[in-house]
Write a protein that binds this ligand. Structure first.
Ligand code: SF4
Length: 205
């Protein structure tokens, strides 16, 4: 099958994660993965981002599929259920707004910059080596630490579900996937079921 440029976007995802170990400010680039899927869906492109351009989904396919790092078992039913997907989306947004709030507190100089990366919303890892001074305002650096925490946490969760279940099982409850699914549903006025959209991602391998 002929390869397209977008089939290699997994490289972008891998490099993005690596760059965060060297300079945390690169975390800002991750906003592209946040806005592009929404823009594509709102513009009528449906699940085009998930199906073509998502480097993270490709990375899971590659590691779990070609590199055999997945048990390739069906994910449990609860993972596909609406309450879990919407519940996780809500939880994700709560954590996201908490991160924005922390950024605001640094902007307002209520407290200083915290050079940590929080993994799985719990484990605070020192990450000072990836911040090199005063090139940007402290709030911009705080946002980078927070956003990288979000990206790293979701990647770790995705890796765990990749190993335990099918390579792209993360796609079943990925907040971006759930949001684009909701947009598709709102635009078409009918239910775009998980088996038609996110579900098809895990069925590829
Ligand atoms: S569901 Fe999430 S990880 Fe999966 S392809 Fe879509 S945006 Fe990427």
């Amino acid at each position: 099958m002929k390869k397209h440029w977008y089939d290699y976007l997994w490289i972008f995802s891998a490099v993005y994660l690596l760059l965060g170990f060297f300079n945390i400010l690169f975390a800002w680039i991750g906003l592209l993965c946040f806005f592009i899927p929404l823009i594509i869906s709102i513009a009528g492109g449906g699940k085009g981002y998930c199906n073509r351009y998502c480097g993270r989904g490709q990375l899971f396919s590659l590691l779990g599929g070609r590199f055999g790092l997945s048990r390739k078992k069906d994910p449990p039913k609860f993972l596909r259920s609406k309450w879990f997907r919407y519940g996780f989306l809500l939880f994700f947004f709560t954590m996201f707004f908490q991160m924005l709030w922390n950024t605001w507190l640094v902007f307002e100089e209520v407290h200083g910059l915290r050079q940590i990366v929080t993994v799985l919303w719990t484990f605070k890892l020192p990450w000072h080596w990836a911040y090199h001074g005063t090139a940007v305002a402290p709030w911009a650096a705080q946002f980078a630490f927070g956003f990288y925490s979000v990206m790293l946490t979701s990647t770790i969760l995705g890796m765990i579900t990749m190993v335990l279940f099918k390579p792209r099982s993360w796609c079943v409850y990925c907040p971006m996937g759930t949001m684009t699914q909701l947009i598709c549903k709102a635009k078409s006025g009918r239910d775009v079921s998980v088996s038609q959209t996110q579900g098809q991602n895990i069925g590829r391998i």
